[in-house]
Design a protein around this ligand. Structure first.
Ligand SMILES: [Zn+2]
Length: 50
């Protein structure tokens, strides 16, 4: 199994590192940056890594 170990950021709730393979949706933010929603395995919830 290959793992993409690019870190997107940390879970705002628990501080766990969120890696690229956990991402679910990418979207364009109002300021033109690309945001991403990802699944935090610790929270078992969808979060926005920061
Ligand atoms: Zn979390």
């Amino acid at each position: 199994m290959t793992t993409d170990s690019t870190v997107l950021g940390r879970c705002p709730d628990c501080g766990e590192e969120i890696e690229a393979y956990q991402s679910l949706i990418e979207f364009e933010d109002a300021d033109g940056t690309t945001g991403v929603f990802a699944e935090c395995y610790s929270c078992d919830d969808v979060v926005r890594p920061e």
